[in-house]
Ligand binder design. Structure first.
Ligand SMILES: Nc1nc2c(c(=O)[nH]1)N[C@H]1C(S)=C(S)[C@@H](COP(=O)(O)O)O[C@H]1N2
Ligand SMILES: [Mo]
Length: 197
């Protein structure tokens, strides 16, 4: 009995340390979408990065899958206060994608099929911290969770991880995306509870 409760206590302390302030743990994977789920066939899918001077680089689905693919194990945190620990994804690093573009832009607007947008500092997309993910727990990403591909920026609140992402527009000046226009934070760090303005 003592061993069991000590083990449980140790596990709880470990997960508590990984839980940002004001968050609770969930084992589920809630679906949070502002509108209907767009259906995008892989042969219609494109991912495009447009630089601040209007130069554009575009990948088809096959070109995208030919890029270096990374396995990602990470915790995710939604501003509605659920966190999910130890999720597994596969995707292409934003470092790889941004290297294809000549840019000094400080900000990016992620654009999704269906019209969703969210803004992020370009620095937050670099350094092995952001991906365009197309697999979750070893399976193709469900349409409800953003399949065929979504942004994955797990060190920021999950609204920054645009589902059904179709590209980035790079910008010299920051501009608010969909939720940011409605009061969500321009940055969104869960560890300092940057939830709203
Ligand atoms: N295109 C799009 N991406 C989106 C959203 C959305 O409504 N549309 N919701 C965001 C929010 S608020 C969260 S918490 C996560 C939810 O992802 P999930 O549905 O896979 O849990 O997606 C984010 N990305
Ligand atoms: Mo969210």
């Amino acid at each position: 009995m003592a061993v069991v409760s000590r083990g449980f206590g140790a596990r709880r302390r470990e997960s508590d340390a990984r839980l940002p302030p004001g968050q609770y743990l969930t084992e589920d994977f809630p679906v949070l979408s502002a509108g209907p789920t767009p259906r995008v066939e892989p042969d219609e899918w494109r991912f495009a990065i447009r630089s601040e001077v209007g130069e554009q680089v575009t990948w088809t689905w096959d070109e995208f899958l030919a890029l270096p693919i990374e396995d990602v194990h990470t915790d995710i945190h939604c501003v509605t206060r659920w966190s999910k620990l130890g999720t597994s994804w596969r995707g292409v690093s934003l470092d790889t994608l941004l290297d294809a573009v000549d840019t000094d832009a400080g900000y990016a607007m992620a654009q999704s099929y269906g019209g969703y947008t969210t803004n992020l500092p370009v620095d937050e997309l670099r350094g092995g911290r952001a991906w365009v993910a197309f697999e979750f727990e070893g399976e193709p990403l469900d349409p409800e969770h953003g399949g065929p591909a979504r942004l994955l920026v797990p060190h920021l609140y999950f609204w920054k991880s645009a589902k059904w992402v179709r590209g980035l527009t790079l910008m010299d000046d920051d501009e608010p995306g969909f939720w940011e226009q409605n009061g969500y934070n321009m940055h969104g760090d869960p560890w300092s509870e940057e939830r709203y303005w």
